[in-house]
Design a protein around this ligand. Structure first.
Ligand code: MLT
Length: 408
């Protein structure tokens, strides 16, 4: 009989968002008339920017002609998209990242899991707590952890708590770690990291030969011009970091799928025998073997993000969601709830009312206000007692949700 990957049996319950969906479905079936407002999963709600739609439609029309038809594209992505990204997102900010170092993909969730294919099994891994669950679960699946304890923490991982007490800033570990997951602006807490903080991580990684996996999926939501958008704005990061970015949240591509990973040339790891190996060729080989690229129309849509109209439309979308976030912050604060995040990120991170744990508050909001959020404990043990609300929804729904929460 076929053998299974038993690492999957170590995973705690369901993946957070399917578990929420399961509870919401059960509630909706029992209460078919309840008008639910979903501020749980960070999925965008506003239409795709017109510049992107036009570019996608034109690309589809071109595919309907003999001259414009395209089959398999380059596994790394089309050069014109990689060049636009390198120039607008990196070189314009002073980061020396070239088009060749950018790999187009169908999502940061996939990339941040798939990257483990090119890394060995013996790395000591550090994650924040709370954390985007994909970083942890993908390591569990790959067999890089022991079993979970009663708080849901996996053996072998180094957890770096981020709570109100430390200003949501993870402390540099006091033990050597090889692989470090950082996400700024942070999912789920909405916290940001300044240059000094990122520099301390880059210095640590260079001193210890560690690799930073930097998730910048929410960089477009940064409002303060002083805050770095990329780890590559920090000197020395090319020697120790890989960065993930996405078109999902800024340009509304959660349904169309387009993202990118930056792997600098010259960035290295080691074999068990101590030989230095460059990571770029390994990732290039991995993508060439296991991935056939993002569809041509979607890449044309992503390219249009960098046109002047595309930039204006994306900025409007970001402004729209950030106004939602400001509204959520304002209303919850007025209701006496302590709020964090939501100033440079589309997530507001709040304290569940006294006496309620994260899932209690989830159930209360669902049952009494018909509002769906995300329990903080689903992101890690240190998220217990916290709760995340996403700013991705229509203005009318956010206003209505806040009204219902106020009335609780
Ligand atoms: C979230 O709600 O945390 C996001 O949807 C995560 C993701 O983009 O996969």
């Amino acid at each position: 009989m076929v053998q299974v990957n038993e690492n999957y049996l170590k995973l705690k319950a369901g993946y957070l968002f399917p578990e929420i969906a399961r509870r919401v479905k059960a509630f909706s079936e029992a209460n078919p008339d309840a008008a639910l407002i979903r501020l749980g999963i960070g999925d965008v709600t506003e239409p795709l920017p017109e510049a992107c739609r036009t570019a996608m439609k034109n690309a589809i029309d071109a595919m309907g002609t003999a001259e414009g038809f395209r089959g398999y594209g380059p596994e790394q992505g089309y050069a014109w998209l990689r060049e636009a990204i390198a120039s607008h997102d990196f070189q314009a900010r002073g980061c020396s990242i070239s088009a060749e170092e950018i790999f187009i993909s169908d999502g940061s969730k996939c990339d941040s899991s798939n990257i483990l294919d090119i890394l060995g099994p013996g790395n000591r891994i550090a994650v924040t707590d709370p954390v985007y669950p994909v970083y942890v679960d993908s390591n569990v699946m790959a067999g890089h952890t022991g079993p979970a304890d009663e708080r849901g923490r996996y053996g072998g991982l180094t957890y770096l708590p981020i709570t109100a007490e430390n200003g949501f800033s993870p402390a540099i570990p006091d033990e050597p770690v090889d692989l470090i997951y950082l996400c700024f602006p942070n999912n789920p807490t909405g916290a940001v990291a300044g240059r000094g903080e990122l520099k301390a991580w880059v210095d640590y990684a260079r001193a210890h030969g560690s690799l930073i996996l930097f998730d910048a999926a929410y960089e477009a939501f940064i409002q303060d011009p002083e805050l770095p958008h990329s780890i590559f704005e920090i000197d020395g990061a090319r020697e120790c970091a890989i960065e993930f970015r996405s078109f999902s949240k800024n340009a509304g591509f959660t349904g169309t799928r387009c993202a990118l990973t930056v792997v600098p040339r010259g960035l290295t790891g080691r074999t068990a025998a101590g030989e230095e190996v460059e990571l770029w060729p390994l990732w290039n080989r991995r993508q060439s073997t296991k991935f056939n690229g993002v569809s041509y129309p979607v890449q044309r849509g992503a390219e249009a993000v960098y046109s002047p109209e595309g930039q204006a439309q994306v900025n409007r979308l970001v402004r729209f969601y950030m106004d939602n976030a400001a509204l959520i912050r304002r209303e919850l604060s007025a209701a006496g709830i302590s709020v964090h995040g939501g100033e440079h990120a589309p997530y507001v991170w709040l304290r569940a009312p006294e006496g309620l744990d994260s899932w209690d508050f989830f159930d209360q909001l669902l049952q009494k206000a018909h509002v769906v959020g995300t329990p903080g404990s689903g992101f890690g043990a240190a998220g217990e007692g916290y709760f995340r609300l996403s700013a991705f929804n229509s203005r009318a729904n956010v206003e209505e949700a806040m009204q219902r929460i106020r009335n609780l």
